[in-house]
Design a protein around this ligand. Structure first.
Ligand code: UDP
Length: 310
């Protein structure tokens, strides 16, 4: 993907900003649309090379205007983070639904043939019981966030059937890396450890997640965008299960922290989101583009730590 005009909604957010940086580095002409509600995570040198618009993706007229001449739209704008989503379930769904409608209309009116969408591994709900989940199993979205993401997957499938606009929906598995907000577990534990405050593990800490390094996720995203044809769903997962208790111990160790690891009850508003086990198969991704995430948890944690001391 070189010398393309690319629009990224949510391009100033965590994954979005890494995607923006990479696409700029590859020589593309990048337009970012973002409300900046969570601040602007795009590095200054990259910001100087893009066209930035502080616009809500729900503003259909603006999105249509700003996507004129674009070759592809990466739709990454969303409300996320369990705490915020659990407190704002209606806004979460409306942002998803209205945002997707703007993007779809823009693609139709401006003749844009590809959309890449950030979905979520949350659509699997409580299904990873015996093995890693693949894209073929029935989904089980139970929260406003995951239900809206699933709705948008079907919306994109319909957009291809009716309008011939190709897309990929990426089910990201717990992406982590530098510039992530401390609403997510890894930056939160880093902050607690570095301040020598208790590290708050919810429950037993035996719940698992599949932590996928952001640079790997961005690489997979770009490879899939290049090949997008028809409508496809892909897991973007590292295929390794880590318990949250282990994550707490590793972060405490690499930061040389005096923090104690406290096991506390998860806030009640998180209950619908508290999934005991989740890890994904990236076999379909590997099969399709010859690449899958491989940066391990320890390696990724080290990069985060190094970035803090620089
Ligand atoms: N978690 C925790 N302590 C915290 C924040 C999160 O133990 O202070 C756990 C949470 O119970 C969940 C995991 O970390 O099992 C991942 O939480 P996060 O909100 O980062 O992402 P989720 O996978 O829940 O969307």
């Amino acid at each position: 993907m070189i010398d393309k005009r690319i629009v990224i909604t949510g391009g100033a957010g965590f994954i979005g900003s890494h995607l923006t940086s990479k696409l700029v580095e590859m020589g593309n002409d990048v337009v970012v649309i973002d409300t900046l509600i969570r601040g602007n995570k795009i590095p200054k040198d990259v910001l100087a090379k893009i066209e930035f618009h502080k616009v809500d993706v729900a503003d259909k007229a603006k999105v249509i205007e700003l996507t004129k001449g674009a070759d592809i739209i990466f739709h990454f704008a969303a409300i996320l983070g369990v705490d915020i989503v659990a407190d704002n379930p209606i806004e979460t769904m409306e942002t998803e639904v209205n945002g997707m409608q703007s993007v779809a209309q823009a693609a139709i009116q401006n003749g844009i043939s590809k959309v890449v969408y950030a979905s979520t591994s949350g659509v699997y709900g409580h299904l990873a019981l015996e093995k890693s989940v693949d894209e073929e199993i029935l989904v089980d979205p139970r929260t406003s966030y995951s239900m809206a993401k699933r709705y948008n997957e079907i919306y994109l499938a319909s957009l291809y059937e009716e309008k011939g606009i190709s897309s990929v929906a990426l089910r990201f598995f717990n992406i982590f890396g530098i510039r992530q907000d401390n609403r997510m577990v890894i930056p939160r534990f880093f902050e607690q450890a570095l301040n020598n405050e208790p590290i708050t593990v919810y429950g037993t800490g035996e719940q698992t997640r599949d932590f996928t390094y952001v640079d790997d996720a961005v690489k997979a995203t770009i490879l899939l965008a290049q090949k997008a044809h028809g409508f496809e769903i892909f897991n973007v997962a590292n295929e390794k299960e880590a318990t949250i208790g282990t994550v707490a111990e590793r972060i405490k160790a690499i930061t040389n922290s005096n923090s104690e690891i406290h096991h506390i009850d998860a806030p009640s508003k998180r209950y619908d989101y508290e999934i005991g086990r989740r890890y994904g198969s990236s076999a379909k991704l590997l099969n399709h583009v010859g690449y899958k995430p491989s940066t391990g948890l320890d390696e990724g944690l080290k990069v985060i730590l190094d970035s803090m001391s620089n």
